[in-house]
Design a protein around this ligand. Structure first.
Ligand SMILES: [Zn+2]
Length: 340
């Protein structure tokens, strides 16, 4: 796959293309931006563009042994590092140091891709910094992160940053369609209707990961029901709140629950200010305009308070809390608040 196939990231794509064609690739790149918008893909496409045996117009051919090995993550001059148990540890940095200490086997570079680089723990980050300060000439580092502000400032200062942006729904729809066309089996393709694809793109909030999730129709149905119930909460009873907490606690994709609630409250605030929700806006999961407008009846200060409590709950879930009880308190709080 050539770099030109990186959809929805024109700025990052053009800069990468320039680097390849001017043969001026910095030794340390940071791919920053939201989850699920193509950072991993871009890293592999850059690796291909730099390693391709038969480049076409300065871009990867997608067919030569190097291109295929990179796509399958079997390329001997590429090392992929991902967090284990939510951390990137010192032994993984030692692995990197060992990897780059050897000269390239088949290409011109030893390429290291570090996913979720903000998950480097302190010892590992300091060890990596030492390496980034004096990298061997053939080493190329790509650090990927959706929370790059958590990285050491000393690491950030050594990186050339490429910013990735939230994908527009139309781009997401296009990618979903392409992926379905390329899938080898029906199961892999998901076989969603054009209608489900369009809804998945809008509900994804600009992330391919979420789009693929919502492409499964039952997930979309769940999310619609969840937001429907949540939006009616201020007019309902404690029993409904406990019921919703149960529904939430049983749902395994917790990140997604928080994403849905955050986005919904955001749209309710917009509606409160009399702003219409832009159906094309990437952040707005605008399938719920009517619900958001109704919820906006609570008023700005109430909605802001609910959002504060949601953020606190989201932070607390990393700590050892009983999530069912936490959601009980969160949802019943909305009913008590509305009775005031
Ligand atoms: Zn190639």
């Amino acid at each position: 796959m050539p770099l030109s196939d990186l959809l929805g990231q024109d700025q990052a794509r053009d800069r990468l293309f320039d680097m390849v064609n001017c043969a001026r690739v910095p030794q340390t790149l940071l791919f920053a931006g939201p989850q699920g918008v193509g950072k991993n893909l871009a890293a592999k496409l850059l690796a291909q563009a730099l390693s391709c045996r038969e480049p076409v117009n300065g871009d990867a051919c997608g067919r030569c042994p190097a291109c295929i090995q990179i796509q399958r993550q079997l390329y001997p001059d590429m090392l992929l590092i991902a967090a284990e148990n939510q951390q990137i540890k010192i032994n993984q940095v030692t692995e990197i140091q060992d990897f780059i200490s050897y000269s390239p086997l088949v290409g011109e570079r030893r390429i290291v891709i570090i996913e979720d680089a903000h998950k480097l723990n302190e010892t590992a980050a300091n060890a990596l910094l030492k390496t980034l300060e004096e990298p061997p000439p053939a080493a190329l580092f790509m650090l990927l992160s959706h929370r790059h502000h958590l990285l050491l400032a000393t690491i950030l200062s050594r990186c050339l940053r490429l910013q990735f942006v939230t994908l527009a729904p139309a781009i997401i729809e296009e990618i979903l369609k392409l992926q379905e066309a390329e899938a080898e089996t029906e199961e892999e393709a998901g076989m969603s209707s054009a209608e489900v694809r369009a809804a998945a793109a809008v509900w994804s909030g600009g992330s391919m990961g979420r789009a693929r999730f919502f492409q499964v129709e039952e997930n979309l149905v769940w999310a619609r029901e969840f937001i429907g119930k949540f939006s009616r909460l201020p007019r309902l009873t404690i029993l409904a709140a406990l019921d919703l907490a149960e529904m939430t606690a049983q749902f395994e994709e917790r990140e997604l629950v928080f994403f849905l609630l955050r986005s919904f409250l955001h749209d309710a605030l917009l509606a409160d200010r009399g702003l219409t929700i832009d159906r094309g806006a990437a952040v707005s999961a605008a399938g719920w305009s009517a619900e958001a407008a109704a919820f906006a009846g609570l008023g700005e200060s109430r909605i802001l308070a609910i959002r504060q409590r949601l953020l606190a709950l989201e932070r607390a879930q990393g700590i050892n809390v009983n999530i069912k009880l936490a959601f009980d308190a969160f949802f019943t709080g909305i009913i008590f608040g509305s009775a005031e």
